[in-house]
Design a protein around this ligand. Sequence first.
Ligand SMILES: [Mn+2]
Length: 360
Amino acid sequence: MIRLFHASDLHLGRLRKAQQPLLHKALRTNLVQMFERAIEEKVDMILLAGDLLDNGSREPREELFLLDLFSRARSEGIDIFVCTGNHDSSIHARLWREHVHLFDSPDVKVIENENYRVVSQGHLPGKDLRSTLDFPVFHDAKPTIALLHSQVYLGQIPKDAVYHPTSAKDLQSLQYDYIALGHQHSFSVVSRSPLIVYSGSLSPLHPFDQSTSGYVDLTIGQEPIFVETTEVLFEERKITLLSETHTAAEIYPHLLSLLREDPRTFLRLTLEGTLSYQDKEGIDRLFKNLPEGRVAIRDRTVLIEEASSLPDEITESLETFVPRTTSALFHSSLEMQEIYRADPKRLMRILEQALLKEES
Ligand SMILES: [Mn+2]
């Protein structure tokens, strides 16, 4: 039985310790936990499918951090396979070679021992326009695993595809036991039989990341298990705003206390209700100043207060809009009021047209 952990898209160096201390620490913790678990549970190999380092990262400490994990796992007998992604231009291959099997050349390479073989090739730094795959086909029973950083397409490959595009059909026709993919930041199973999987990024790389992060735990021949990393938690909250009781100044301490409850939490907020125009601007400003960008406004259905001074029929049509539409139509509620005062029918026409467009 061969068991492996598959992760990708660490993008070490993208998160800055000073600007995103929480996400920065979470990535490192998630990575260490995965390696420690691999050692503890004696998995056979760790596959890392590219984009380990971020382009801009020329900081040796990111590589030294990985090197330390690699050498610990290696000394416990775990084989580590790494292929390069489009963001890995700064890898100092010399540092890694004694600990990992590194696929950093565009040529196909096969590494094999008596129990399994791994087929892989590196991605060119930046764009990689190759769209054919020259991986060999094997006709024996030895478990065969591929590692690839590529944008995989279910249908035809578009002409403007630039990240070593491959077609799912080509990958399937190889009939390998597992193809570990990197490049996409969310977990997805491209094919069940044969098994072809994107692990997604190991840890959230942005406070607005909507997908869950983690790695794949696979015993060849069994169902893949997606292990969600939990160093960062995302929580959905709804705040109802009433202009008289909830001013920006009152909401701010409320949010701060929510954030203090669990320092791993990132809040995704839905704002609902009515606010004065000034308060709306005040809230936007306050959100920008919240510590570490740990609050994201995911959705907002806030109507700005001046709208209520319009006649009922207009207010009603306004309320049928999501505010994003409203704010796309008018720069501000003042502008909307001005249009109304100059020509009420014109305002109705604008609203009706937008409504029709939304329905179609
Ligand atoms: Mn990539």
